[in-house]
Design a protein around this ligand. Sequence first.
Ligand code: ADP
Ligand code: MG
Length: 357
Amino acid sequence: MAELRLDALHKIHPNGVVALRGLDLAVHHGELVVLVGPSGCGKTTVLRLVAGLEEPTRGRVWIEGRDVTALPPQERDVAMVFQSYALYPHKSVRDNLAFGLRMRRLAREDIARRVEGVAATLGLAELLERRPAQLSGGQRQRVALGRAMVREPKAFLLDEPLSNLDARLRAETRAELGRLHRRLAATMLYVTHDQEEAMTLADRLVVLRDGAVQQVGAPLAVHDRPANAFVAAFLGAPAMNLLPGEREGSGGLVRGRGFRVQPAPQQAPRTLWVGVRPVHVALGPPGSGEADARIELVEPLGSSVLVHVRLAGEGETVRVLLGAGARLPRLGEAVGLRLPVQCLHWFDARDGRRIGP
Ligand code: ADP
Ligand code: MG
């Protein structure tokens, strides 16, 4: 397995769409890096540039210390797994797995050995004679992955490989992929728009927006200390609450519609966003906390309850996540909200950047 390095990648499409604006990224040997971001932010473009399916407008791609920017896909030795598995419908699983190797004229015994080995690893040994139509979505996904594995590539590029699976299978396959990654110690660049997938699978996470990197880091580090309001709102479910507020006086008091909190960090500007995760907001009697609100919606989620409240004075809606044992509030009930200062995140309202620690 190998290291991938992307240097100042720009991609401007002929129609003028800027897909990437100066992307720098390294995926270390054996590392699983997840690129996450909303639809259209440039994730697939990154993979296509690494695979050689597209040329960058500027910048370079390195694989294992070698500049491959000008090399065609077949000379890069990376394997891509697409969202649509693109299996050959009329070939058996065995032939789907073997096809690429046959094209490369590997010896018959080598092909058989690799196909059997990968089939055993992925739990496909019993399914080798079936056709794709006779497989479940999860099994098809494994064949697609297996087809990449038999090539023994320097790195795997995976483009939303689980997005065609239903929720339960997606969670199972996700865990399986994580185990497989550790077992193979494979270098993987994995793309998803699903932040849960990103959080659970990544050694490191790269949050992308409009073709530019917003933040890189270990998933929990990014989650706990988002670099800006975009990352804060994107990562974490249910999403972080972001409330517009203004500093008042010199004591660090911040006031918005329906709430007041303090103290803001020393260097806070006048206008800011106060961020608080739903799990950190507590409900109490009216007048008991930093905000007064009314219950707008109660959504029991099974092991927790998501409550939407409206801050007093036509303020923002705030999401509050309660544990399963909590008393269910009534619709329309007046409540107080505790917004514990040690759980607050502060962002500059002008550019969204994180303020303070
Ligand atoms: P993602 O995978 O994050 O959803 P993509 O990398 O597919 O995003 O696309 C990034 C941006 O580039 C989008 O705005 C998309 O519409 C645009 N784009 C992608 N491919 C082309 C193309 N061949 N021609 C023009 N624009 C494209
Ligand atoms: Mg895509």
